[in-house]
Design a protein around this ligand. Sequence first.
Ligand code: NAP
Length: 255
Amino acid sequence: MAAPELSSIDGHVAIVTGATAGIGQACAERFAAEGAKVAIVGRNRAAGERILGEIQNAGGEALFLAGECADAGDMREVASAVDDAWGRVDILVNCAGGFLDAPDIEDVTDEMWAKGLDWNINTKFLITREVVPLMKRNSYGRVVNISSVAGRTGSRNASLDYATGKAAVVGFTRRLAAELGPSGITVNAVAPGLVRSPRVERHSEEHLAQRAASTPVRRLGTPAELAHAILYLSTPGAGFTTGAVLDVNGGAWIG
Ligand SMILES: NC(=O)c1ccc[n+]([C@@H]2O[C@H](COP(=O)([O-])OP(=O)(O)OC[C@H]3O[C@@H](n4cnc5c(N)ncnc54)[C@H](OP(=O)(O)O)[C@@H]3O)[C@@H](O)[C@H]2O)c1
């Protein structure tokens, strides 16, 4: 059995962006069940309030902070609201991200390109910039950035801006890990494969079955499996792991 001081996040303060659905929601719920105080960050107020209520009804401690993660002012407010409420931040999970369509390059508009990078890399930079000084105060922190198998391979199903943004998440992670290691802060990335989140559930079952068939484990992942991997990287015991990319994609990374 792992020593509790290595595996427990009981009492830790966590911010999870993109926590109003899918992987981020599963992560917020799992962290709260493990005894962490969780700030749920997302744009959808109705979903955020509902998830907050569910966590509180289960005996957990949480806050819902509505915000656009690609907006610097909103992210400044999120960090200061968490600091005001709980006086520290131990864990930051940067989950907000996504894409809409995946056209060929000739049809990628300026707006799509800018939005893709905004959603998938700027969302990580803006909140991390605000949270790192709070982590430095305690010489401790765990940052987990959600990339994608699309940032690791030539995933033709993803949009060009998304694949580019998700590859940038890996560079951001490594560079920041090198900078923050001496401050007791680890920075790692998780690269999910196709996971049954609300975004993915919008595809036809036929399409999802085809995608599952081309994955070594022959199935899609679940948000709970991603939350489990993110939890490991968020524990004190993961302190010797930094700048890593954890492939939680059923082997899609190896083809
Ligand atoms: N599911 C997959 O197959 C898969 C595969 C690889 C990587 N990923 C990555 O994993 C992460 C979660 O994906 P998911 O499938 O769980 O997505 P999802 O079901 O679409 O949920 C995404 C959540 O992120 C929030 N969000 C997105 N952009 C945001 C922004 N700019 N500001 C604030 N909130 C934002 C959404 O919030 P609102 O609804 O409140 O706007 C929603 O709660 C994403 O980064 C995605 O790229 C997912």
